[in-house]
Structure formats: structure tokens, C-alpha cells
Design a protein around this ligand. Structure first.
Ligand code: ATP
Ligand code: MG
Length: 427
């Protein structure tokens, strides 16, 4: 029979690499927790309308990347392509705004987009995201950005570049949109087909095109920064000053526009040169229009999302994973010894140790080899003689020191073992 394989664009995360994921998740929990962000977990699928409204029909995500299906009750559902829409839906549905003061939320989990798979681009991928809802202050933008930078720093990723821009408010963008369309229309025939399509639907996105000829045309396009009202410009200056005060480096890039319709004012991306074409690790910005768009009260908000696959690609280049090891490896041979070994493993696990049992019943020599491979600090050995008098032989692998211990004494010796394990590891 032919074996079934994982779908194109999806990946198994194997035990050999899970350590990176756990490390990233634990670090995120710590860094975001210190900044008073609280975790939220929302469903993986939602009504399609949530994303159509929350992300915008004219975006690539809604236009051509969503996993949408009809369920048995004839409802149109979609696997979430990003986390903000669901978090905001929950914020509105559970009236989290009623708590007063800003709400800081973060999430982590799989997202789904129908894309052409390549390194750093999958159909099921993972994001860590943070949302600060309920403050329109420029300091909120700075706080959100600073937390993302802190997380990446904490993970040891320092050679990253932040691009920063302001896309202004609705009025600024309407002004700019008209200027941009005026500028691009004479070049219509030279634009790539996607950009031609965007000229009427979502012209700001053309600035983000990866097609060389389109990029060349955009070089001379008017800058959105020149279309900002004095208030919007002052706000952007405030964000920049505060980032500088915090020692956070950035480059202003007036062509940086996020793909999603609800963004306003601050937009930013954090990129790496070590990721090939998929350079953006983190993208985010302010989205003041979204909460009301989804039926909640007018609520300014700012947030970001980090792509975990890309982050982990960078971590893998940086540091090898220290493999999982066990404290004790239980080796046994002979029927009675094998029975007792189960109990011995149980006692040691209840004492807080990581214990791996050898189930092979093979020669002792082979079992010892596996103990080495498991990175055990000590072997617990049970043969016929030990089974007969209810003892075990404890062999510390680094020093070779071996001692006999009564099975009934194992639990009481936990403290002593802990010290010996620490010594063994530091040898
Ligand atoms: P891109 O331009 O790379 O498609 P995007 O603008 O669609 O990115 P966002 O919606 O802002 O991406 O998502 C935030 C981050 O999530 C991205 O910067 C990236 O790190 C990650 N990401 C987005 N799509 C994918 C994907 N298909 N596979 C892996 N990571 C992804
Ligand atoms: Mg994309």
C-alpha cells in the first residue's frame, strides 16, 4: 500500500526540532507576560465573513489565499489566515473593553493560507502575535514595537532591521491614494497584472510589489509621508523620537504599506538578510478602524505578528539545539528484573526524575549503548541477582562509579541523586 504523506505546504515538527518551538513559546510567554500582555486562544475556524470584513476583500489574503469551505450546516467557514481578526472578535464578543483601560492580548498558533510553498512560506504556518487595544497614544505604538524587539533580542536575534512608516489616517490615505493613482495610471501598461488589478482596488499595495519593473516605476512615486496632515506627521515624529530614546534602531521606508486594509498611522516590519526572499520576520502596525468594523465600539489598537517558521530558521542558523536527555536509563534482563524495573522507573519519576526504560530485553551491552545515546546521567541496572535481593546497581556514566542500592531506599535518596546528576552534567 502507498503511504500517505503530509499535505503540500504543511510540515511535521519532529521531536528533534521541537526544542526550538518550545524555547520560542516559553520566551514569548515570559517577555510578553512581563509587559502585561495576557494570552488569548481563539478558534482555528471562524465565519468567513469575519475575515472578509476584518482583513478586507481587496487584500491578497482574502482575495486568493483563504481556506474556505462549506460545513454540513451550509455555513461558509474559513481556517484563520491570521490572528488579529479572531482576537478582535473575541474582544468585542466578550466586551473586554468594558474592563476599562487598554487590553493587552497575545496569541500563538497555526494559521492557514493557500500560497505557493517555499522556504519560510507554508500553507499551515505559525504566528506569535500581540495586540494592544484601547489606546491611540503614540506611546502604545512604541510599547508594542518595543515588546516585539525585546522578544527577538531575548532570542539572540540581533542583526535584524526594522522598517518604519506612517500611512496616516483615513483622510491622509484618501489624499495619497488619489496622488498615487494619478502617478501610476500613465504607466498602466508597464505594470504587472497583479498591480494593474490593484490600481483600482488597493493601489497602496502596488508599492509592495516584488516585480522588478513595477518596483522601478514606484521609485519615483509620490511619498505618503508628504500626504500626512500636520497632526499625523507630528504623531509619527513622536513615535520615532520615543524609539530613538529607547535605543531601538529603525529606518523610515515610505513605501512600506501593510497588506491589510484596517491599518492606520504606524506600520513596521522587522526583516533579516538571512532568510532569502522571505525576509520579513515580523509585521505590524496600528489598526484603529478594525474594532468598530467588527461591531465593537470605536477602539484604537496596535499590534504585530511574528512568523514562527522564519524565526526558527534564523535560530537554527544561530545555535544548535541541546538535545533532550534523561536522568536515569533503566536497564533490565530476566523476567523478575523486568517486572521490578517498571516499579523502579515509577518511583524515580515520582521523585521528579526523567527516566527512560529499556524494553528490548537484549544483552546488557546493547542496553548500555542505548543509555549513552539517551544522554543519561546514570544507568539503573537490574539483573537476576538484583531482582533476587530487591536492589539495583546504580552506575554513574561519566565517572563510572557504581553502587548497590536497596529498591526501598530509592525514593529517600532523591536529594542525593539530584546533586550527583548536577555534578555529572558539569563534568
Ligand atoms: P509576506 O509578504 O511574506 O507574504 P504578509 O504580509 O502576508 O507576509 P503578515 O500577514 O503580515 O504577512 O504576517 C506576519 C508574518 O507572518 C510575516 O511577516 C511572516 O513572517 C509570517 N507569514 C505570513 N505568511 C506566511 C506563510 N505563508 N508561511 C510562513 N510564514 C508566514
Ligand atoms: Mg502574504
Amino acid at each position: 500500500m502507498t503511504a500517505i504523506q503530509a499535505l503540500r505546504g504543511t510540515k511535521d515538527i519532529l521531536p528533534t526540532e521541537i526544542g526550538y518551538w518550545q524555547h520560542v513559546e516559553a520566551t514569548a510567554r515570559q517577555v510578553l507576560g512581563r509587559a502585561a500582555f495576557r494570552e488569548i486562544r481563539t478558534p482555528i475556524f471562524e465565519q468567513t465573513e469575519l475575515f472578509a470584513r476584518g482583513i478586507g476583500e481587496a487584500t491578497d489574503v482574502v482575495g486568493k489565499e483563504m481556506y474556505t469551505f462549506t460545513d454540513r450546516g451550509d455555513r461558509s467557514l474559513t481556517l484563520r489566515p491570521e490572528g488579529t481578526a479572531g482576537a478582535v472578535r473575541a474582544f468585542v464578543e466578550h466586551k473586554l473593553f468594558a474592563a476599562g483601560g487598554p487590553q493587552r492580548l497575545w496569541y500563538c498558533g497555526p494559521m492557514f493560507r493557500y500560497e505557493r510553498p517555499q522556504a519560510g512560506r507554508q500553507r499551515q504556518f505559525h504566528q506569535i502575535g500581540a495586540e494592544l487595544l484601547g489606546s491611540g497614544d503614540a506611546r502604545a505604538d512604541v510599547e508594542a514595537i518595543a515588546v516585539a524587539v525585546e522578544l527577538l533580542n531575548h532570542l539572540g536575534l540581533k542583526s535584524l532591521r526594522m522598517l518604519l512608516n506612517s500611512v496616516g489616517d483615513r483622510v491622509d490615505r484618501a489624499t495619497y491614494r488619489a496622488q498615487l493613482v494619478d502617478y501610476l495610471t500613465p504607466y498602466f501598461a508597464d505594470l504587472d497584472p497583479d498591480s494593474q488589478d490593484r490600481l483600482s482596488r488597493n493601489p497602496l499595495r502596488i508599492l509592495d510589489s516584488k516585480v522588478a519593473k513595477t518596483q522601478e516605476i514606484c521609485q519615483e512615486a509620490p511619498s505618503i509621508l508628504d500626504a500626512l496632515s500636520p497632526e499625523s506627521a507630528a504623531r509619527f515624529a513622536k513615535v520615532q523620537q520615543a524609539l530613538t530614546d529607547l535605543g531601538i534602531a529603525y529606518q523610515v521606508d515610505s513605501r512600506l504599506v501593510r497588506g491589510l486594509d484596517y491599518y492606520s498611522h504606524t506600520a513596521f516590519e522587522i526583516q533579516s538578510d538571512d532568510l532569502g526572499a522571505q525576509a520579513t520576520v515580523c509585521g505590524g502596525g496600528r489598526y484603529d478602524g478594525l474594532v468598530s468594523e467588527l461591531g465593537g465600539p470605536e477602539t484604537p489598537a496596535v499590534g504585530w505578528a511574528i512568523g514562527m517558521e522564519r524565526l526558527i530558521l534564523l535560530l537554527q542558523q544561530l545555535q544548535p539545539l541541546t538535545g533532550d536527555r534523561v536522568d536515569f536509563y533503566v536497564v533490565s534482563r530476566g523476567e523478575q528484573a523486568e517486572q521490578q524495573a517498571l516499579k523502579v522507573a515509577q518511583v524515580l519519576r515520582q521523585g521528579g526524575f526523567a527516566v527512560e526504560m529499556d524494553l528490548s530485553a537484549s544483552a546488557f551491552g546493547k542496553q548500555f549503548k542505548r543509555a549513552d545515546r539517551a544522554g543519561a546521567a546514570a544507568c539503573v541496572i537490574l539483573g537476576d541477582a538484583e531482582a533476587e535481593n530487591s536492589t539495583v546497581q546504580l552506575k554513574w556514566l561519566a565517572s563510572g562509579h557504581q553502587e548497590a542500592i536497596a529498591q526501598v531506599d530509592l525514593a529517600a535518596k532523591a536529594e542525593q541523586f539530584r546533586q550527583q546528576i548536577t555534578q555529572q552534567i558539569s563534568q
